[in-house]
Design a protein around this ligand. Structure first.
Ligand SMILES: C[S@@+](CC[C@H](N)C(=O)[O-])C[C@H]1O[C@@H](n2cnc3c(N)ncnc32)[C@H](O)[C@@H]1O
Length: 278
């Protein structure tokens, strides 16, 4: 299972591909702004606006330390550092993604000043000490992990008392089986969806108290509808998800719009507070 996930996120020379894409789009990779990377570095439904809205909802203070759990190529980590003045730690299973994230951080001016710290690793065994983080943000990652109770236990361990767990996730819906490929899996082997109720149970068992919960499936469907309309109008430039996911990416839009519209999958947001501590 883990091999299928690793294979899905194996992408050698991704930094070089993104550099070429930027150059083709007329951008100088050494002088880019975060929004220049948005077509390729936001590997979740809703893109940067969804992240900004959810993190604002969590009400974090400047200077807080946050874990971007399953950080991909670092799009969210950079947003957190730039827009919220947070100290960010990003961890991801994919060696290629961590290397690419590090390169993009340099291009965007996040020098090695400790604002964004990256590690390769796996969420069920987090390499951080107890109570280290004020918040954990996890976007579209549990959908690739079977042992979710272990991940919730790890989130609880590394969060400080009253620390916030912010989750933006895709879960099983009441509709038909999902269509593949999708951004998190080329086929069913790498997809490990659970139900929305399961997430609640895992969080409760790990000592979390729910403070916010929203079903974002309708807006997720609309977001993919817009992505597809832009693509139809020929608006997808040289910087796009096919650099990361190859030719599968060409089928993500139609599949995801249908998956959300038919409720094969749901998009949910939850914020919990670590409340069980002594
Ligand atoms: C759909 S992408 C989302 C990336 C990022 N959160 C974002 O929204 O841009 C899923 C990410 O989860 C990572 N991932 C999958 N299983 C993981 C694990 N066990 N531990 C850490 N990261 C994992 C993948 O490598 C990939 O970067």
């Amino acid at each position: 299972m883990k091999d299928a996930v690793k294979t899905h996120y194996t992408c050698p020379e991704l930094g070089a591909k993104i550099r070429q894409g930027l150059e083709k789009a007329g951008k100088n990779p050494e002088q880019i702004r975060l929004r220049d990377l948005a077509p390729v570095d936001q590997l979740h439904t809703g893109g940067a606006p969804a992240t900004l809205e959810l993190v604002r909802q969590a009400g974090l203070d400047k200077g807080m330390t946050i874990l971007d759990a399953g950080c991909g190529i670092g799009g969210t980590s950079r947003l957190l550092a730039q827009n919220f003045d947070l100290v960010v730690h990003g961890i991801d299973l994919s060696k290629d993604f961590i290397e690419t994230a590090s390169m993009l951080n340099q291009w965007c001016g996040f020098a090695k000043d400790g604002t964004i710290n990256l590690k390769q690793g796996s969420l069920p065994a987090l390499p951080y000490r107890d109570n280290f983080f004020d918040a954990v943000l996890c976007q579209h990652v549990l959908l690739n992990i079977k042992d979710k109770p272990k991940v919730f236990a790890e989130f609880s361990r590394v969060l400080a008392p009253r620390g916030k767990l912010i989750l933006h996730e895709i879960v099983d819906g009441p509709g038909p089986e999902p269509l593949f490929p999708v951004p998190w899996a080329g086929n069913a082997a790498a997809s490990m969806l659970c139900s929305r109720q399961d997430l609640g149970e895992y969080a409760k068992k790990a000592g979390f108290e729910l403070v916010f919960s929203e079903d974002k499936t309708k807006s997720a469907a609309l977001w993919w509808e817009k992505v597809n309309a832009i693509k139809k109008a020929g608006g997808t430039g040289p910087l796009n998800p096919s650099l990361v996911f190859g030719e599968n990416a060409g089928r993500f839009g139609a599949n995801m719009e249908k998956n959300f519209k038919e409720q094969a999958v749901l998009c949910v947001e939850n914020i919990w507070v670590k409340s069980n501590f002594s």
